[in-house]
Structures are given as structure tokens and as C-alpha cells.
Design a binder for this molecule. Structure first.
Ligand code: NAI
Length: 467
């Protein structure tokens, strides 16, 4: 097919940024096409990221909970085993169902789906290679091609011994010993998945603490919990070099404590993600990039090339599905003549381990680094009645407020269900709420969410259930 179709908007990339942008464009009356090389829409998030990893995290959490804590509930589990292929099948089923859901949704909203790899041409057209091959023109093109795992130059992925997150959600057997390079979201989540299934996991982190987005005291609280669960951490440690020999990887490690080597049967590299811009013809079309290889855009997602915009992981900001979605909505509204806007200060981050780690806004350290005088309040989950009743006593909540105005600047939660608890903090902060507002908000009893209220009370030195 080599027809020339005229659309108002063509969105390239059908991840959460792209498909949400296409839906919003269609809702606003724009004739919209969505192109992706993968027949299953949903991008990294749905196919190899957020969704499959959360399915695996949940299944392994159930297994771990039964194995470690069933007896505390008076439940007798004998000869508990897992079946890896059934566990993977369950995950694949979730991905499949959601993939079909996204396609149905997009089609129902009136978006035309094209399948193939798109290249941007300078004249406002795209050239698609694949099932929907041909040239398509549009008044506006939105690039939403997402991101991919970064590779360490001395440790190329082979998908077997040296793996990234795409491979780490689909092992066909449980490795005996796995090194994870990077103690960020991916390292912790996949480290926990495989540790719960029996792998001895060592996480190697360059920085002095895990989860650098948190205050060091919260990172330490989290690390100690994961150490109790069986993960080991080597902090302030650099992987200087590595080699693969037969079925093993041998890593040379450097730290202030001296040099060491580590032999493992898998090494999962989780040192960050980089934007997917290859093969899009961006340099030929003259699209400017920033110093980190991301597409440069202004506050309207506009690149330097008229009629070409970009959203999500390929531009600035955290590489998170919900941030990409918000970019997509705002970009569509701008294209329809409205004033779309994203508040990048209020993007929550979550790591879905157990207990979960969630944060929004500034940490105490970040606020102080900006010269803001703050007061903080915290509350240990061990002092929360619901946590005690449900065996969720690991963790802590911390709130950070501006000293002068009491305005909430940030909230950090290490607790079971933190991914849900953080939502109320985001809402308070979105409306410019103070720590006093959070402290005076009625939280149902007994709930884990009371810990947020208590942390806010303690910021004013009047915690009711803490000493
Ligand atoms: P990350 O940037 O979150 O963490 C990478 C960690 O690796 C950092 O702590 C860094 O200090 C460390 N590191 C970097 N180079 C290193 C080296 N050579 N040796 C040892 N440590 C090294 O990256 P990650 O975990 O790969 O995630 C990538 C992106 O995907 C992030 O933007 C993350 O937010 C997002 N993501 C979010 C998830 C979620 O929201 N639950 C889940 C998975 C990914």
C-alpha cells in the first residue's frame, strides 16, 4: 500500500504516552492515526515493563508471604512449591488481555491504527515500513517512541547470561546466583522477584545508598528491610569490567573497601534507560536533540521542526508511564487549541516491592539543597494498628513542609500499599495543601493511610500515636 492519507495528527509509538495522546486527539475531534511496529499496542509499559513486572511481583509476593508468614496467621503450608512456567503463563495472560483492551479502546475512539516502523520525513510526512507500508501525511506528528535499557559498554546484552529488564521478566528457569547492577526501580523490583523464587541476589550500586530519589534515612529503612528479606547490597561499588565464561559472568568490582570479583550465572543490568530515537530519521529531518540524546522540546512539546512534537520518555523528565500519559493529554489539548499543561513537580514515583516505596515532590535533602528551610515529620508503620493486624509493620512515612508557610513540599512512603497511599499526598500537594491540611484530614480507622496523617501531625510536634 502506498496511498497518501491526510490526518490531522499522526502519533508515532503506542505506549502509554502515544496511545493516550491519540485517544485525547480523537476525543477533541482531530483525525488521528497511531503507528507502532508492534502489533500489540501498549509499548514497553504493557509488553515488557510495568504490567508484566507487576504481575510477577504479585505472584511471587503471594508465594513469599505464604512461605515466610503463613504460620503466623495459623495457616499450615506444607511442601510449598512454585511452577515457573505457570507463573509466566499467568503474566503473559495479563499482558495479552490488556493488549487487546488497549487496541479495542483506541479503535473505538476512532483512531486509525497503522502497523510498521515509521520514519519522519522533513516535509510533514512519515514513511511506514511493515504491514501498513506507505507514506502518510499529517499537519502534526507526535513522536512517542519511549525508551530502552541502557547497555554497559563492557557488558553487551546476550539475553542469556547478561540480561536487561526485557529478559528479566521471562527467564525459563530460576537462576542460582544473580548480580543486579543498579539499585533503582528495575534492579529492586526484578531483584525481589527472583530472590523470592530462590535466587541469591546481590545488588551492586554505584552510590552510597539505594533509591537516590529518597532521603538517605528512608533509603536506609528500605534497604534494611530488603536485606532482612535476603537481598544483599554492595554500595559505593563500581563494576570495573566483566567477562562471560561459559555459563557464568565474572564481574570485577571496585570499592573503597578494595577490589573483589563476583561470579554469577546471570547479571541483570539496570543502570537506567535511554530514549528510543534510532531509525526515526531525526537527524536527517534536522530534529534537535539535547546532550542526553533526548528530543529537545519547548513547553508545548514542540521540536525545532514545525509540525513535529515529542512526548514521554524521548523528552525531558522522569521516564514513567503516568508522566508520559500526562504529556500525551497535554500535547493533544495543545494541538486542539487548548492550554494543556503538566505539573512536573507532582509526578509520583513508585517502586512496587514489598513494602512499596513511593515518593512525590522534594525530599528533605533536595529542599535544603535549594535553600528552603523545612520541617519534617515521620511515622513508623510499626505504630499503625492496621499494619500490626496485617503484618505490614515494615516501613515509615515522612513528610517535608516549608518551615515558613507549612506548605507540603514532599512525601515519602515505605509501606505496604504505598503506591495507593501516595495518591492522597499528591492530591493535597496539587491543591497547594499544607502539612496542617493533611493532619486535619479525617482518615478512616484502622487504615494504613492514618500513617500519613500521623507523619503530618508529627511535623508540628503533635503526633498522637507516636512517642
Ligand atoms: P534508575 O535510574 O532508576 O536506577 C539506576 C541505578 O543504577 C541508580 O541508582 C544508579 O546510581 C545505578 N548505577 C548506574 N550506573 C551504575 C554502574 N555502572 N554500577 C552500579 N550502579 C550503577 O534506572 P532503572 O532502575 O534501570 O530504571 C530505568 C527507568 O525506568 C527509570 O526512569 C525508572 O524510574 C523507570 N522505571 C520505573 C518503574 C516504576 O515506576 N516502578 C519500574 C521500572 C522502571
Amino acid at each position: 500500500m502506498s496511498e497518501k492519507s491526510a490526518f490531522d495528527v499522526i502519533v508515532v509509538g503506542a505506549g502509554p504516552g502515544g496511545y493516550v495522546c491519540a485517544i485525547r486527539c480523537a476525543q477533541l475531534g482531530l483525525k488521528t492515526a497511531l503507528v507502532d511496529k508492534n502489533p500489540r499496542l501498549g509499548g514497553t509499559c504493557l509488553n515488557v515493563g510495568c504490567i508484566p513486572s507487576k504481575a510477577l511481583l504479585h505472584s511471587t509476593e503471594v508465594f513469599h508471604e505464604l512461605k515466610e508468614h503463613a504460620s503466623a496467621h495459623g495457616i499450615v503450608c506444607k511442601d510449598l512449591e512454585h511452577d515457573l512456567s505457570a507463573l509466566m503463563k499467568k503474566k503473559d495472560g495479563v499482558v495479552d488481555q490488556l493488549g487487546k483492551g488497549v487496541r479495542a479502546l483506541v479503535t473505538k475512539k476512532g483512531v486509525t491504527c497503522l502497523e510498521g516502523s515509521a520514519r519522519i520525513l522533513a516535509n510533514g510526512e512519515i514513511d511506514v515500513e511493515g504491514k501498513s507500508a506507505g507514506k502518510y501525511s499529517a499537519n502534526e506528528i507526535v513522536i512517542a517512541t519511549g525508551s530502552k535499557p541502557v547497555e554497559l559498554p563492557f557488558l553487551p546484552y546476550d539475553g542469556k547470561i547478561v540480561v536487561n529488564s526485557d529478559h528479566g521478566i521471562a527467564f525459563d528457569r530460576v537462576p542460582q546466583k544473580m548480580a543486579v547492577i543498579g539499585a533503582g526501580a528495575i534492579g529492586l523490583e526484578l531483584g525481589c522477584v527472583w530472590s523470592r523464587l530462590g535466587t541469591k541476589v546481590e545488588i551492586i550500586e554505584f552510590l552510597p545508598e539505594i533509591c537516590p530519589q529518597l532521603d538517605p534515612e528512608m533509603s536506609k529503612v528500605a534497604r534494611r528491610i530488603f536485606e532482612k528479606q535476603g537481598l544483599s547490597f554492595r554500595l559505593e561499588t563500581k563494576v570495573a569490567s566483566a567477562k562471560v565464561k561459559g555459563e557464568k559472568a565474572i564481574l570485577s568490582l571496585e570499592s573503597s573497601k578494595g577490589n573483589d570479583s563476583l561470579t554469577v550465572d546471570r547479571v541483570l543490568v539496570a543502570v537506567g534507560r535511554g530514549p528510543c530515537t534510532d531509525g526515526l530519521g531525526l537527524s536527517e529531518a534536522g530534529v534537535e536533540m539535547d546532550d542526553r540524546g533526548r528530543i529537545s522540546v519547548d513547553h508545548c512539546f514542540q521540536t525545532n521542526l514545525p509540525g513535529v512534537r515529542a512526548i514521554g520518555d524521548v523528552i525531558h523528565g522522569p521516564m514513567l508511564a503516568h508522566k508520559a500519559e500526562e504529556d500525551g493529554v497535554a500535547c493533544a489539548e495543545i494541538l486542539a487549541g487548548q492550554s494543556g499543561h503538566v505539573n512536573y513537580d507532582m509526578v509520583p514515583g513508585v517502586i512496587y516491592v514489598d513494602p512499596e516505596i513511593a515518593n512525590v515532590g522534594l525530599s528533605e535533602k533536595q529542599a535544603k539543597d535549594r535553600g528552603i528551610e523545612v520541617r519534617t515529620g515521620s511515622f513508623p508503620m510499626a505504630a499503625n494498628g492496621r499494619a500490626l493486624a496485617t503484618g505490614a509493620t515494615d516501613g515509615m512515612v515522612k513528610v517535608v513542609a516549608e518551615a515558613a508557610s507549612d506548605k507540603l513540599l514532599g512525601v515519602q512512603v515505605v509501606a505496604r500499599g504505598a503506591s495507593e497511599l501516595i495518591a492522597s499526598a499528591v492530591a493535597h500537594m496539587e491543591y497547594g495543601g499544607s502539612s496542617e491540611d493533611l493532619a486535619r484530614t479525617i482518615h478512616a480507622h484502622p487504615t494504613l493511610s492514618e500513617s500519613l496523617k500521623e507523619a503530618a501531625l508529627s511535623a508540628d510536634g503533635r503526633g498522637l500515636h507516636s512517642i
